[in-house]
Design a protein around this ligand. Structure first.
Ligand code: SF4
Length: 367
């Protein structure tokens, strides 16, 4: 990427390496919006980047598929990978570094010695048999995380594996895989679960820390409330179908083609906390599981993702009223009943969705 002052200061939104200032500021504003912060905060972040305020980041890989890094790099327009790499000083990353062996180990040592860095953990940490199932340069993941995470200014666990064990911890969890918080018991670990985690949630947390020195409010599982404070179900575009009792019963059936609710196919949206339904992946509309017709499998929520069987129905919200099954004791779903409920709840939920959509559009355009 070219020098930052070249493309931030020149008039007319010049383009350098395919990234112009307008796109750069736009991404910062999107990251701010993900945190529920005003657009002006995004502009402030962009200015901080202009001033050269780049936090040092040490990125550790343990038991994982590298999917979170891949997701980060596969974002399109304007290429979040370039922006990320330009806004932080990435001082150690095993996947992205050209160096290897003693060279990369020296880079890690130097970055830790400087201090003040953000430690990003991708992947679970095996604990059985003293952690021998994941070793790098002869050291166990436990040992590396205790040193690098223990001395970090902030620790971010990106993805479900680093947050609470994820796939490696699925029953019978042969390696005793756990999340970073289990190893760093005396430290606050910010968990950004997801398989993969949404890059904008990550960017928002890092930029907030870099520019304000603060961290977002967290829930009792260490997840930022701005991203994990609500269920997928609350903002799902198929919610009106759920409330009206219109369900997909088989992949490829008429209901599936019409975009009906995926609850009966095992969708875990009602018990999964994440912002996937409002913050899609790769800036592509509908680029998220339910958007392409697949049930949510609950990857962001411990005890749901990689734990409950894929087609097992989710636990329902306590105030749910319409019957799900035609054989339900409250009576079968009739076209007339479904129509009445659908009109009432659909209008209410649809109105709310449209209002929030317009609000979101207004914020983006006005920002
Ligand atoms: Fe959306 Fe799943 Fe809830 Fe249906 S059950 S409304 S598909 S989140």
């Amino acid at each position: 990427m070219g020098r930052r002052d070249e493309w931030l200061d020149l008039p007319g939104d010049p383009t350098v390496d395919g990234v112009d200032r307008r796109d750069f500021v736009k991404v910062c504003m999107m990251a701010a919006a993900a945190l529920g912060l005003p657009a002006a905060t995004g502009v402030k972040w962009a200015e901080a980047a202009e001033a050269g305020l780049k936090p040092s980041v040490i990125w550790l890989h343990f038991q994982e598929c590298t999917g979170c890094t891949e997701s980060l790099l596969r974002t399109s327009h304007p290429g979040l990978d370039k922006l990320i790499l330009d806004m932080v000083s990435l001082d150690y990353h095993e996947t992205l570094f050209a160096a290897a062996g003693h060279q990369i180990e020296a880079a890690l040592h130097d970055a830790v010695a400087k201090g003040g860095y953000v430690c990003v953990v991708e992947g679970a940490i095996p604990t059985k048999e003293d952690g021998i199932y994941c070793q790098i340069a002869g050291r166990t993941a436990i040992d590396i995380l205790q040193e690098v995470g223990g001395n970090a200014a902030a620790v971010i666990a990106i993805g479900s594996c680093a947050s609470w064990g994820g796939i490696p911890s699925a029953d019978p969890n042969p390696t005793g895989a756990v999340g970073a918080q289990e190893i760093l018991k005396d430290k606050t670990v910010i968990n950004l679960p997801g398989c993969p985690s949404n890059p904008y949630n990550f960017l928002g947390v890092v930029l907030q820390f870099a520019t304000m020195g603060t961290l977002p409010a967290l829930d009792d599982e260490g997840r930022p409330l701005f991203a994990y404070g609500r269920t997928i179900h609350e903002h799902c575009p198929r919610r009106a179908h759920f409330d009206a009792g219109r369900f997909v019963r088989q992949f490829g059936d008429d209901g599936h083609n019409l975009g009906y609710c995926l609850f009966a196919m095992g969708c875990k949206g009602p018990e999964t906390y994440a912002n996937c339904s409002t913050l899609h992946f790769n800036e592509v509309p509908d680029a998220w599981p339910i958007g392409i017709g697949a049930p949510c499998f609950g990857c962001t929520t411990k005890g749901v993702g990689f734990t409950k069987p894929l087609f097992q129905e989710a636990a329902l919200p306590p105030n749910y009223v319409p019957p799900i099954h035609p054989s339900d004791q409250r009576g079968p779903i009739t076209p007339g009943w479904a129509g009445v409920v659908g009109l009432a709840t659909g209008a209410a939920v649809g109105g709310a969705l449209m209002a929030s959509k317009k609000l979101g559009e207004g914020e983006t355009e006005g920002s």
